[in-house]
Design a protein around this ligand. Structure first.
Ligand code: SF4
Length: 135
C-alpha cells in the first residue's frame, strides 16, 4: 500500500513529475484537453470529466457532503473522486462539489469540464469556460 496518493491526477507544480497528463508550460496555453487520460471512456458515454488539483485540497470535506462522487481518504484526510469521468446523471452533484470547494481562496480545486467543448462548466471563476487550474 502506498502512503499518501491523493488522486490519479496527482500533479505537483514544484516538481517536474511525469504523469499521464501532458501539461504545457504556461497557464495561458493550458486547456482541459491537455489534461487527459489514455483510458478515458467514450465521450458519448461520459461527456464530462473532473480535473482535480489534488495538491491544493486541504481536506475541508464539503465536496463529500454534497456529492456521492467525492469521498474523503481516511489515510491522507484529503478528497478523492470515485470517478474522473461522469455522465449526465452525475453532473449536478459534481458541479455542486466544484462550487462549494473553498480551496484556493474560494476559487475551488475541483474542475468539471465538458469534454465536447473543452470548457470548464464549474467553478468557472473567470466566467469564460477556461480551465482555472494553477499549475
Ligand atoms: S471541498 Fe475542496 S478542499 Fe475540501 S476536501 Fe473537497 S476538494 Fe478538498
Amino acid at each position: 500500500m502506498s502512503d499518501i496518493d491523493t488522486a490519479n491526477t496527482d500533479i505537483n507544480p514544484n516538481t517536474d513529475t511525469d504523469t499521464d497528463a501532458d501539461i504545457k508550460d504556461t497557464n495561458e496555453s493550458l486547456s482541459a484537453s491537455d489534461v487527459g487520460s489514455s483510458d478515458a471512456p467514450p465521450i458519448a458515454e461520459k461527456p464530462y470529466k473532473i480535473i482535480f488539483e489534488a495538491n491544493k485540497c486541504f481536506g475541508a470535506g464539503r465536496c463529500a457532503e454534497v456529492a456521492d462522487n467525492w469521498e474523503m481518504d481516511i489515510t491522507s484526510g484529503l478528497a478523492n473522486p470515485k470517478s474522473f469521468f461522469i455522465g449526465e446523471n452525475e453532473l449536478d452533484e459534481n458541479i455542486r462539489a466544484a462550487e462549494v470547494c473553498p480551496a484556493k481562496k474560494e476559487a475551488g480545486v475541483i474542475h468539471v469540464v465538458d469534454r465536447r467543448t473543452d470548457e470548464e462548466i464549474a467553478p468557472d471563476p473567470h466566467g469564460d469556460g477556461t480551465l482555472s487550474v494553477d499549475w
